[in-house]
Design a protein around this ligand. Structure first.
Ligand code: GDP
Length: 470
């Protein structure tokens, strides 16, 4: 065990002591919200908070339905060094007369919502109301995927990455740059920067094409580290005998610095303290992109799940000291792109992927669930007649043109395996049909007092994640 590891363990120990001391008086639940870029984290948190402050649309959250939640209010968060989740600005974007989507997650942020609860009933009434703090921590899923790097040397990561991207069209520019570079040549900063930039360009295109396997995560969302040497490396083929000052050696050094100075602190300061976790997945977006993106999403879900499995990673095991996240929800977001008649099918796809991820990650421990939700409902349902037959659509305002449009995204299969097995088999495209997607603008809201913004199953998600704590 190195000194760094020891220090990591110590900080964690002191912290859990702090948590248990405050926990005696006022229980705190730390809810992690993650997912890859554009999965819907910002919209989810904004709508969750608005719907916890005004619970009129949360009938499936039991403590809201029974009236146990007496009051809900925002408070200053307990962590002074983490930016506050900008709830007010995000809500204002969604509720303005010309509603627009808020700015997406770029880094970690946090918000504390406190709930005053008094369960109904005579006995519960005797103990008086209690306050439960809900600390919501928003962090990019890209950073979570970096956990896998901790187990891998630079050589292993490079080989695995270069193998995986070999056939991808978007990677050909980077692969050409790599074959032109000489890893044994003396290190040169501008050559390193050009390679790192070319690799980052590939990652950006891969993300846009729907791939999830985009490490290092900070290359996509650098936060305040843009341009720093820890972000200036890229996968290289391993030379037989790299010399001490070669391009290979310096990139290897930077890769290790990235692990110890970027990845580990993130897990120590944020991840290790989470009690409940929701992982948001843009499943419809991946289905639209094709079998490859769905297979990639399945792989990412396995990888994410295995980060929650204590024991898999020596560093994490030590950091968590036996503590673990208690519940994990995988939620397919933006379900308002589908007519409700197809929601069970989307949920079945998420369920099948979760089961598969659990098997592969050899995951046991936390309670898990899969759902399909929409944090904000931007559409209305409509059945139109198409070629003489009824077609279940959704209608909304197109983001690009501001015009109304009806969307029929395609029929998801009844058996999720029809989709997942062709993804696993590496099919180029879906056999039966294509899946369409449209970007809708949020609909103008007229909220009754006591009601939060309209959503789909956000209350069910909240019940799974925090219902038992209230
Ligand atoms: P983040 O990068 O994970 O924070 O993603 P955001 O929360 O910013 O969401 C990305 C985009 O997805 C938004 O700008 C919306 O276009 C879309 N989106 C997110 N949630 C919903 C939803 O519930 N319904 C619909 N129709 N679109 C959504």
């Amino acid at each position: 065990m190195g000194i760094g590891d020891l220090a990591d363990g110590l900080t964690r120990g002191v912290e859990s002591l702090g948590a248990s001391v405050t926990g005696v008086f006022e229980p705190t639940v730390r809810l992690g919200v993650t997912g890859l870029s554009r999965a819907g984290k910002t919209v989810f948190i904004t709508s969750l908070i608005a719907n916890l402050l005004d619970q009129g649309r949360m009938p499936q959250l039991l403590p809201a339905a029974t009236g146990a939640i007496r009051a809900a209010y925002l408070q200053p968060q307990p962590d002074d060094t983490i930016p506050r989740f900008d709830y007010e600005t995000h809500l204002a974007a969604l509720t303005s007369p010309e509603p627009h989507w808020p700015e997406s997650t770029r880094a970690v942020s946090e918000l504390r919502l406190s709930l005053r609860v008094q369960p109904p009933g005579f006995l519960a009434g005797l103990s008086g109301p209690k306050t439960v703090h809900l600390d919501i921590v928003d962090y990019p899923g890209e950073w979570l995927l970096d956990l896998a790097l901790l187990d891998k040397s630079f050589a292993e990561w490079s080989t695995a990455t270069l193998d995986r991207i070999e056939k991808r069209e978007d990677a050909q520019g980077y692969l050409a740059a790599v074959s032109a570079a000489d890893p044994t040549a003396p290190f040169d900063e501008s050559a390193a920067q050009a390679l790192a930039q070319s690799y980052t360009n590939y990652l950006i295109r891969a993300r846009a094409a729907g791939y999830s396997d985009c490490t290092p995560g900070r290359f996509l969302l650098p936060g305040d580290l843009a341009g720093a040497p820890v972000l200036t490396f890229a996968p290289l083929p391993q030379p037989d005998r790299p010399t001490r000052k070669s391009l290979w050696r310096e990139m290897e050094r930077r890769y290790e610095a990235y692990k110890s100075q970027v990845v580990k602190p993130f897990f120590r300061d944020h991840f290790a303290r989470i009690d409940r976790q929701v992982v948001l997945v843009d499943a419809l977006g991946a289905i639209h992109s094709g079998p490859d993106a769905v297979e990639d999403m399945r792989r990412a879900m396995t990888e994410i799940l295995s980060s929650f499995r204590p024991g898999r990673n020596g560093f994490l095991t030590q950091l968590l000291l036996g503590r673990r996240v208690e519940k994990i929800l995988f939620a397919a977001t933006k379900a308002d792109h589908l007519h409700h008649s197809q929601h069970p099918r989307l949920t079945a796809i998420m369920d099948a992927m979760l089961r598969d991820a659990r098997d592969r990650a050899d995951f046991a421990g936390a309670g898990t669930a899969a759902m399909s939700i929409a944090a904000i409902r931007a559409t209305v349902e409509e059945t139109i007649t198409h070629e003489g037959a009824p077609l279940d659509c959704v209608r909304g305002t197109l983001l690009k043109t501001g015009k109304q449009a009806a969307l029929y995204p395609g029929e998801l299969p009844e058996d999720p395996n029809a989709l997942l097995s062709s993804a696993r088999a590496g099919a180029d495209r879906w056999l039966d049909q294509d899946y369409d997607i449209m970007s809708f603008a949020p609909a103008p809201l007229k909220l009754k007092p006591g009601d939060g913004p309209p959503h789909i199953r956000l209350d069910k998600a909240a019940q799974f994640l925090i219902g038992d704590k209230l």
